[in-house]
Design a protein around this ligand. Sequence first.
Ligand code: GLC
Length: 603
Amino acid sequence: MRKPKIVLLVAILTLATIFSHAQKNTNQRALWFTDARYGMFIHWGVYSGAEGVWKGEKLRNNNNYAEWIFYRNRIARDEYTNLLNRFDWEKIDPEQWVLLAKKAGMKYVTLTAKHHDGFALWDSQVSDYDVAEFTSPKRDIVKELSEACQKHGLKLGLYYSHWVDWEHPDGWDHSKEIYGIPAEDYDRYWQQKVIPQMKELLTDYGDIGIIWFDMWIHHSRTCVTKEQLLQLKGVIRELQPDCLVNSRLGLSIEEDSDIDFKTLGDNQLGSKKEEFPWQSPATVAHSWGFHALEDQWKSTTTLLHSLIGNVSLNGNMMLNIGPRANGDVPYEIEERLLAMGSWLTVNGESIYGSQAFDLVKDQHDWGKITCKQFQDGSTRLYLHVFNWPLSHQLPVTGVLEKPVKAYLLADPEQSDILFINSEAMTLLKLPAEQPDPLVSVLVLEYDSYPATIDGLAAQSVYGGYSLTLSNATHLKGNTMVEPPSRYGTLPSHIKVEEKSIYQWRVFMDKPTALYADISYNYQGEKGKGSITVKSSEGTLRANFQPTGEFVGEPNSDWQIGSFNSHRLGQMDFSEPGYYDISLEVKPQGGEKIDFQWLWLGEY
Ligand code: GLC
């Protein structure tokens, strides 16, 4: 079903007609960034020659960030640059990285111009600790990359480690947590290296799309002052007013709205919809710099899920390549990037320029929704189906409008996908075979931006309703959610010690009879305490049943309370419509119960 060329053309035409339903708190200069959604991070530097090993010893940290080897393995400043002898300068060609980014469907590229090791990948007049000093003929990787980006139409971002610099005697090195550093010494580093190098980068390398800083904690916990950060930002605003600055400058976007986007933690994906631009820096395995012993490769599907998940919450993802010292991109990375690129060639319309849709995170258990509104107000919802339903039916809960049309994004003919729509439920009849083995995307077209209803617990792809605290509409009593523990053998639950009432709202698209099952752990006496489930259609009641213990992990002296499912009975929902389901959990005689979930299902 893949017809990349036609689909690409359609994607380009439709992009041109987008009406901005933009994220509210986006600076004008960041609009390209929220449209782009997907970029490439490049960690490459002297450390790439070490490959995570120094003099036969592996990097000294379980967190195997290969670019930290200078610091971790206590390498002497001038010995470190001997690693450059391993580089194959004839072969190294930054244009190849840009070409890969393009094929991968990425819209911008961010290179570690200077990482924590303090080594500049351009011909810096400020410091001899730079690539030009160690190459003959002199190389300037930033210039080469900038030219390649211009040639191939990608935005260029530059990572600059401002806070940490291990080579400059007055830069921050975490050993200074012990030895300290006088403010005037640190400021000498700042004024002699950081500010002038930033000026070089913003003057000599054409348009810079992003300066990507890397101070992952707030400045108040570091040796850097707010004034220094504002001075640095001021240089960027003065020399390249359109250049974006990320929150790892050390100032959060919440305290300074002039910060263009928030950078989440390394490999941290979005957890909620945000109105300001944000991005997850991510790796295909674990290390950023090339590491010879890397073995934690994520699958293409996992990476796609991460990208889609972020876009469904208004976020971006910047995926890292750590090329080797000969410029080669590791096969495992290249392969996944190309596979994602092919997927985006067909399905990119659902990612580029797309936004979050006004439904709750993780509302649907089959995948994620993004959306796009066009000039004439018409809107498309993109349903990313992560697990193609065995029933070949896809329930979409909470959208109050009837779609004008439904089709598969990979289908150039846009053949109709049949659906039934009733009030808050659109039920799609899917083909038996999913069109894409990675993630298949369905499009729902509407004449206008469809109204939604908040707080509805969605129908599961397995035909029931999973009711937990995260999709409840009202809570009274004990509401503290205990996170999963003991390696998840003890699931997330609420310790209920006093009478507590939880309520959910569901929509039944047809008359239905459903079983009500409740999962809990109860170590008290039989007969004490009660559970009541109510809807307008009736009431089910039962007393707590002791659930006993079970062995969480064989042969590990690991006994834990058992969470069992208990059937309360059947509920008849005689008509289609909205129903409020309430659950009362009432312990007695001080015997607590751990409530996990309520499930309304057909069997
Ligand atoms: C961390 C690490 C660094 C890596 C970066 C990527 O800040 O110190 O090595 O460059 O994250 O997000």
